[in-house]
Design a protein around this ligand. Structure first.
Ligand code: SF4
Ligand code: SF4
Length: 340
């Protein structure tokens, strides 16, 4: 694979070149410390050196809220929403966030494929960028390297004075056509160290999780947790949603809408008759962690957490998923670990 060199000052030129071919979505600064993926209007606004965006690119394929259909009660008729392929370039994506998209492809593509998600995924092109792990990233513990290029069409690896640019697919090569970049000759990327680690690989975590159903950690964590659901809403591999019908005041028609939901929210397991079958926060916390390290992992052999660190970074109560998992590991192996 040919490697090119892109000086930091030429990133704007690369974004402008791509923007001339398809819409580009990339990280933008929001306030002092926040970043968000948005459609690029001005290439100079794109930020490549960022720790994480609060909401991953999942939001473009599975929007936080969408209308699935409108219905007409007078005519006894309905029409479904016109969903279009994204057909866009997602620029500056971190490896764990593309790993999360691949997990969503699995969850939403099997059984009865989720039509709107599948349609929006069409035509999506991914340009990755390497990153420096911060105090929350632990993707190295779930098999995702900051320089992992798998699944990307183009990948940018950070050097001191610029980026190594690699086209990894035919689509990526075509997108770079016409851009005059010198070959990358020398210079190795610096590899940052992770500050957060899970102490066991997934193959062994299966055993740990199988023995952890009654671990006291769930109740201990529940004492701090406020059940806000933030950890679900920022997680790039969460995909649970609720569907609601709204009828207009004349009762002649309305809409069926879908919005993100989360298993940490009390109402999530509320059913007809007022029963809530995961009433206790301890049960909800166990369910959340088992969804990431047990239930789907038992089926696929892979962790369903991509180690982005969002649920810890944004947790209202300072609860760390790494500490929870390591506590389970410690109890299983009978060694002392970091307190929750
Ligand atoms: S973000 Fe923290 S406090 Fe809120 S539900 Fe999740 S674990 Fe509990
Ligand atoms: S569980 Fe937490 S660390 Fe893992 S993918 Fe979800 S938000 Fe990221």
């Amino acid at each position: 694979m040919v490697q090119f060199f892109l000086e930091s000052e030429r990133v704007t030129e690369l974004v402008t070149h791509l923007k001339g071919q398809k819409p580009v979505f990339a990280p933008h600064r929001k306030g002092r410390k926040s970043f968000a993926f948005e459609r690029v209007e001005d290439a100079a606004d794109v930020v490549l050196d960022y720790p994480r965006v609060m909401h991953s690119i999942r939001k473009f394929f599975l929007p936080p809220r969408e209308t699935l259909m409108t219905f007409d009660l007078a005519e006894n008729d309905f029409s479904t929403a016109d969903v279009q392929p994204s057909d866009a370039i997602f620029f500056g994506v971190h490896s764990y966030d593309l790993g999360a998209v691949h997990r969503l492809d699995y969850n939403l593509g099997k059984g009865h494929p989720e039509k709107n998600y599948i349609t929006r995924r069409q035509g999506a092109v991914f340009v990755g960028v390497s990153f420096e792990p911060d105090a929350y990233h632990f993707c190295g513990s779930v098999g995702i390297d900051p320089m992992d290029t798998s699944g990307f069409d183009i990948f940018l690896t950070k050097l001191l004075d610029g980026y190594i640019v690699e086209a990894l697919t035919e689509v990526g090569e075509q997108l770079l056509n016409g851009l005059d970049l010198p070959a990358h000759e020398a210079g190795k990327p610096a590899r940052g160290n992770f500050q957060q680690h899970i102490y066991l690989p997934q193959a062994k975590l299966n055993e740990v999780m199988a023995k952890s159903y009654d671990n006291p950690v769930w109740a201990e964590t529940a004492e701090k947790c406020v059940g806000c659901g933030t950890c679900n809403l920022v997680c790039p591999t969460c995909y649970c949603f609720n569907v609601e019908d709204t009828v207009n005041i004349q009762a002649t028609g309305g809409t069926r809408d879908r919005h993100w939901d989360g298993c940490m929210l009390r109402e999530f397991t509320g059913v007809a008759g007022g029963e809530v079958f995961r009433e206790h926060l301890a049960d909800r916390q166990r369910h959340r962690v088992f969804r990431k390290f047990k239930y789907i992992s038992d089926e696929t052999g892979q962790p369903w957490c991509v180690g982005c660190g969002r649920c810890t970074a944004y947790c209202t109560a300072g609860i760390s998923i790494v500490n929870i998992v390591n506590r389970l590991v410690g109890d299983y192996e009978k060694v002392a670990v970091t307190p929750i």
